[in-house]
Design a protein around this ligand. Structure first.
Ligand code: GDP
Ligand code: IMO
Ligand code: MG
Length: 425
């Protein structure tokens, strides 16, 4: 099997992929993002520095690694340039080691306005998107009226495409005449102004992946969001607009399945979700609040408080299957350190029937009554432990149970946000 690694989220995002990617990247040569956009917020802590990356692969912090953004990503070019300015401030030199697919679809200002309009028009049931224009940009991509990065270098193509969009969207933008985000002349000028910055980053990511793989370079594929936000396999319509599972890596970079290598799934020792949608094990009272406070569960992109709950094995098994997960990276174990009892959902009761597969009908999830197994807590500090055998027996049992139930190996256990707070198994 290839030495390449795919790192994917197994819940509703924010599992700690940024930390895991940063950690595993030290043994890899290349880090590639394949889907999603600036809706992602991947946190990497190095010493006393904290980096929150939205579009740039988390491997960029390692000064010698080469990073790619694939065609499957919807790229907010202005957002990317802002992120680069943060790297400049931190003296992280990215020149010659960050490349972007020429066929990535762009997120332009009018996509953000559309995201807001669609949310408002959903009335009482907005999705709680990140308002980063993700859904509208993927919508344009699939409707074949998106603007791709390569288009921005040709005035004629860019103008033609913007004109088509102007016609298509005339009605919906009618009440927003004064909003700069749907002023197409302003968008044209803004896009033209970034040509120079993007020209050296433009590349054919698919052919680069094949060349690098053939040269024996080790590639880490960095997933964004998580399996339960996958547009096909997640809690649709309360999902994002991309395939957040392994399939998204293949189409989002233009590679075949054999290039992927080992699939590492990242899972929190409990569950969180930002935005609306079903969450069977959600805790809305004191315990949920405690998880949020101990885990610092506030969105890395939007700052919104994250909803919290116990680990859901029905959902986790589903996530492992649809990704073909080989190994788990279990994060934020330390957040459970002070709990007397830790609960894990083993099956669902739906209309008084016991169900142990994740329902295909997402509306059934609204009716779920979780069936729990209780584990005794370990009630001690795990944050400085670096060996699995040194963890309290109760914590070892908890982790082994998760591995057994999902039929996976444990790759690592994270007990804090810092690089050193990790148990490599
Ligand atoms: P991502 O989107 O999957 O990369 O995750 P986020 O960065 O959005 O959220 C994870 C948060 O948990 C970040 O603030 C991390 O610094 C933090 N974190 C990661 N691993 C651990 C851990 O093991 N313990 C604790 N306490 N925090 C962690
Ligand atoms: P990372 O990569 C957590 C959620 C939003 C919303 C839904 C749709 O940091 O794990 P979108 O803006 O994508 O149209 O919003 O998806 N969402 C995330 N939640 N982590 C993320 O990324 C997310 N990206 C999108 O909160 O519920
Ligand atoms: Mg995040």
């Amino acid at each position: 099997m290839k030495d390449n690694i795919a790192v994917v989220g197994l819940q509703w995002g924010d599992e700690g992929k940024g930390k895991v990617v940063d950690l595993l990247a030290s043994d890899m040569d290349i880090i590639a993002r394949c889907q999603g956009g600036a809706n992602a917020g991947h946190t990497v802590i190095v010493g006393d520095k904290k980096y929150v990356l939205h579009l740039i692969p988390s491997g960029i912090i390692h000064q010698e690694k080469i990073c790619y953004i694939g065609n499957g990503v919807v790229l907010d070019p202005f957002g990317l340039l802002e992120e680069l300015r943060i790297l400049d401030k931190e003296s992280i030199d990215y020149k010659g080691r960050l490349f972007v697919s020429a066929s990535a679809n762009l997120v332009l200002p009018y996509h953000k306005l559309l995201d807001q309009i669609y949310e408002e028009r959903r009335g009482g049931a907005p999705l709680g998107t990140t308002l980063r224009g993700i859904g509208p940009a993927y919508r344009d991509k699939v409707a074949r009226c998106g603007i791709r990065l390569s288009d921005i270098f040709d005035d004629k193509i860019l103008l033609e495409k913007l004109n088509d969009i102007k016609t298509l969207r005339a009605q919906i933008f009618e009440p927003y005449q004064d909003d700069e985000r749907c002023d197409y002349d302003a968008v044209f000028d803004k896009v033209c102004s970034i040509r120079e910055a993007f020209a050296p980053m433009l590349t054919n990511v698919s052919s680069e992946m094949h060349r690098l793989d053939a040269e024996g370079k080790k590639i880490l594929f960095e997933g964004a969001q998580g399996a339960l936000l996958d547009v096909d396999h997640g809690t649709y319509p309360y999902a994002t607009s991309s395939n957040t599972t392994v399939g998204g890596i293949l189409t989002g970079l233009g590679i075949g399945p054999r290039m992927v290598g080992t699939v590492v799934g990242v899972v929190k020792a409990y569950c969180t979700r930002v935005g609306a949608g079903p969450f069977p094990t959600e805790l809305t009272e004191e315990t949920g609040e405690l998880l949020r406070e101990k885990g610092g569960e506030y969105g890395a992109t939007t700052g919104r408080p994250r909803r919290t709950g116990w680990l859901d094995l029905v959902a986790l098994q589903h996530a492992c299957r649809i990704n073909g997960v080989d190994q788990l990276a279990i994060t934020k174990l330390d957040v459970l350190d002070s709990f007397e009892t830790i609960r894990v959902c083993l099956s669902y009761r739906i209309d008084s029937e016991l169900v142990d597969t994740f329902p295909v009908d997402p509306y059934a999830l609204e009716k779920v009554e979780p069936v729990y197994r209780d584990f005794p807590g370990w009630k001690s500090d795990t944050s400085s432990i670096t060996r699995f055998g040194h963890l309290p027996q109760e914590a070892q049992n908890y982790i082994r149970f998760i591995a057994d139930e999902t039929g996976t190996e444990i790759k690592l256990v994270s007990t804090g946000a810092a690089r050193a707070e990790t148990i490599l198994v």
